[in-house]
Design a binder for this molecule. Structure first.
Ligand code: SAM
Ligand code: DTB
Ligand code: SF4
Length: 330
């Protein structure tokens, strides 16, 4: 096949090698974009973007030491620990998110792991949000098998649990739980028949081989995550990663494009970090294959672009919010 031609055979692979993925990263930019766009158009409407809204249901005071996170009790950020949010407030916030056009409501807790004493409260939140006609997602740290089963029963559609970076770089960022702990939680989620949302963070001082390593770890799981959030580090004062050198914008877009190529059926979410991206960089990310965003003025503790701005950006790009639900896993 001539070098510039795209082989679009739909082979879902779980055996990606570092050399291959690093070679994708190294393609001339136009060739990489052409390949990712071709696959994107074969699998998705390129003008439709899925919209999720985030709510922090338990903020701060977390026992983990994730070097990027303002919610870790190990760091001196401005985020203060708060108790778990009452059900009525969570449901009011979900109703607002629905009203603003979100199709999925994602509830996050600054926990190392879900405790059985909190399980029923979270299950009530999940079923309450589900009853409003929204897709449900939670991110609560590590899970045990029986907890995943209970959350599924309550109506949970997605569980977010990120691998964050490559296995090799991981120990530079987090020391209080292992990569394998994360993979175990993801397998309990998958076994409970909950859709998997798993991705990572770039711009943490990692090298390109680590970005490739993260994507390979995600793609080589037994099934691709249905949703892959690519977060650009939000640098927060008081966290160890504050002040680290910014990632080159084209390298960010390349990461999105490679994610699209090696997980062609997955939603790729342009996640944290949009607040500091130009409209043009976001547009280029959509062109590279991103087709999901977090929408709403806040992520968990940091700012997100305001909804008016996002609406205007969508209008300028001819993007419409995706309404239909995701059907199949890869
Ligand atoms: N505590 C749970 C956990 O870590 O699994 C759930 C909440 S945690 C805040 C969810 C994810 O947010 C993390 O895995 C990380 O990928 C992302 N995140 C946290 N702080 C971030 C930051 N400053 N910039 C970008 N992403 C961040
Ligand atoms: C994900 O991958 N990104 C979201 C969500 N999953 C939970 C969280 C981003 C958090 C950014 C920092 C903050 O707002 O605290
Ligand atoms: Fe805790 Fe999650 Fe933040 Fe890590 S990312 S410190 S586990 S809230």
């Amino acid at each position: 096949m001539p070098e510039n031609e795209v082989n679009t055979d739909q082979i879902i692979r779980h055996d990606w090698k570092s050399e291959e993925v690093e070679a994708l990263f190294a393609l001339p930019f136009a060739d990489l974009m052409y390949r990712s766009q071709t696959l994107h158009r074969e699998n998705f409407d390129p003008n439709a973007v899925q919209i999720s809204t985030l709510l922090s249901i338990k903020t701060g005071g977390c026992a983990e030491d994730c070097g990027y996170c303002p919610q870790s009790a190990h760091h001196e950020s401005a985020v203060k620990a708060e108790p778990i949010m009452p059900l009525d407030k969570v449901l009011a916030s979900a109703a607002e998110a629905k009203e603003s056009g979100a199709s999925r409501f994602c509830m996050g807790a600054a926990w190392r792991n879900l405790k059985d004493r909190d399980l029923e409260r979270v299950a009530d939140m999940v079923s309450g949000v589900k009853d409003m006609g929204l897709e449900t997602c939670v991110t609560l740290g590590m899970l045990e098998e029986h907890q995943a089963t209970r959350l599924k029963e309550a109506g949970l559609d997605y569980y977010n649990h990120n691998l964050d970076t490559s296995p090799e770089y991981y120990g530079d960022i987090i020391t209080t739980r292992t990569y394998q702990d994360r993979l175990d939680t993801l397998s309990y989620v998958r076994n409970a028949d909950i859709h998997v949302c798993s991705g990572g963070i770039v711009g943490m001082g990692e090298e390109r081989k680590d970005r490739a390593g993260l994507l390979i770890s995600l793609a080589n799981m037994p099934s691709h995550p249905e949703s892959v959030p690519i977060n650009l580090l939000v640098q927060v004062e008081g966290t160890p990663l504050n002040g680290i050198e910014n990632l080159d914008a084209f390298e960010f877009v390349r990461t999105i494009a490679v994610t699209r190529i090696i997980m062609p059926n997955s939603f790729v979410r342009l996640s944290a970090g949009r607040e500091f991206m130009s409209d043009e960089l976001q547009a280029m990310s959509f062109l590279a294959g991103a087709n999901s965003i977090f929408y709403g003025d806040k992520l968990l503790t940091t700012d997100n672009p305001d909804t008016n701005h996002d609406q205007q950006l969508f209008a300028r790009l001819g993007i419409t919010p995706l309404v239909e639900k995701h059907s199949s896993a890869a």
